[in-house]
Design a protein. Structure first.
Length: 279
């Protein structure tokens, strides 16, 4: 019987299983099946995603992020905050650290109870604003790759309460190849004032609405800034709490991009191999 030590963490309700894989404790597992199994709620620990902390030759550590459906993702903002907190608690990194992802090198910083992630600069031309929606050209969306692909829609009023109609609407957009051939995360936002927005996010790979999405909040805040609807810093109100996004817009780039929010350890223990469920 193989036992795998883990911590269960969340950032604004976006929850993750985190495993130290520097000594290849996962080498005998088929990762996609394992992740899908342990992330299945009610039958196992349950989570929106799973992260492996691994050795890196270019940063303090490597972050491998897996969605709950078993697919490996390029980056996860809330997950990044959690794994930075994990690395700090495990003595792997100090107050400031760098980590490697499939989307490049990021920086993490411990700020008392919060964790801050610095994103690499993004070219202004990589933000596609005011795009006519493929099936309804009177409706417009905005698109950007901020760690992962994000589509953003701006509405006058959104309700943060659970609403199945939002999930059905977002799911159709998530799979629309005219927007992004690899699929997209879907964000619906409301501008509250010049420094605050509300947001709901449907996450690709989780295939559901999550309580928060760090990269989605970051993409939405920057797009709102480019549309002159808000100014940095921007407080983003998610279902699970408040994230703070800061950024600086220059002629060619969006620079000094920071995502800040909580990162909480809620449990630790050992995953048991025989607890796997059919997936």
């Amino acid at each position: 019987m193989r036992k795998v030590p883990f911590k269960k963490m969340h950032g604004c309700g976006n929850d993750f299983i985190v495993i130290d894989n520097r000594e290849s404790v996962m080498k005998s597992f088929e990762l996609s099946h394992f992740v899908k199994s342990v992330c299945t709620r009610r039958f196992h620990i349950g989570a929106d995603g799973l992260m492996l902390l691994e050795k890196s030759t270019s940063a303090d550590f490597k972050m491998r992020y897996f969605n709950s459906d078993g697919s490996e993702g390029e980056m996860c903002g809330n997950g990044a905050r959690c794994i930075v907190k994990y690395a700090y608690l495990m003595g792997i990194g100090g107050d400031v650290m760098t980590f490697e992802t499939l989307n490049g090198i990021y920086e993490g910083r411990i700020l008392n109870e919060n964790v801050q992630i610095k994103f690499p600069p993004i070219l202004i031309q990589d933000f596609h604003l005011n795009q006519p929606f493929p099936s309804n050209e009177s409706d417009f969306y905005h698109f950007a790759w901020v760690g992962v692909p994000h589509t953003v829609f701006v509405e006058r009023n959104i309700d943060l309460k659970q609403d199945q109609s939002f999930i059905q609407w977002a799911r159709a957009i998530r799979y629309n190849p005219a927007i992004c051939t690899s699929g997209t995360n879907v964000n619906l936002i409301e501008i509250c004032d010049e420094n605050q927005i509300k947001i709901r996010t449907y996450e690709r790979g989780v295939e559901d609405e999550t309580l928060a999405c760090g990269s989605g909040a970051t993409a939405s805040a920057i797009i709102s800034g480019l549309l002159s609807n808000v100014s940095s810093p921007v407080k983003v109100h998610t279902k699970g709490g408040i994230l703070t996004i800061t950024f600086r817009i220059t002629e060619d780039y969006v620079q000094d991009i920071f995502l800040e929010g909580n990162a909480v350890v809620v449990a630790e223990g050992e995953l048991l191999s025989e607890a796997s469920v059919r997936v």
